[in-house]
Write a protein of this length. Structure first.
Length: 105
């Protein structure tokens, strides 16, 4: 194994990612560590999505004693969901990812 492959493997092994996934009426906030799903919070896709999404992320991080600085990425996946919900989810993911890069710099 080359040195570059070892570096890539070690980077992948300590990855912590939050995935916000929406499909029809459900929105899932998924915590992934080292490529594996660790925990999931399911929210209803309703009028309160914008006010319940960030507390759900905070809850899942607090439950697993993970500091926000340890999170590498926040991603969004939307499929067959309302347009407004998709926009909210994508905005939260993009803004969160941007904030993570600013925190680390």
């Amino acid at each position: 194994m080359t040195k570059n492959q070892e570096t890539n493997r070690s980077k992948k092994s300590d990855q912590i990612k939050i995935l916000i996934s929406a499909y029809q009426e459900n929105v899932e906030v998924i915590l992934e560590k080292e490529g594996r799903e660790v925990d999931k919070v399911i929210l209803m896709d309703d009028k309160n999505l914008s006010s319940s999404l960030l507390p759900a992320i905070d809850k899942i991080l607090k439950k697993h004693k993970i500091n926000s600085k340890e999170v590498n990425r926040i991603e969004a996946k939307t499929k067959k969901t309302r347009l407004t919900s998709a926009r909210i989810i994508k905005t939260v993911a993009k803004t969160g990812s941007y904030c993570l890069t600013e925190i680390k710099n």
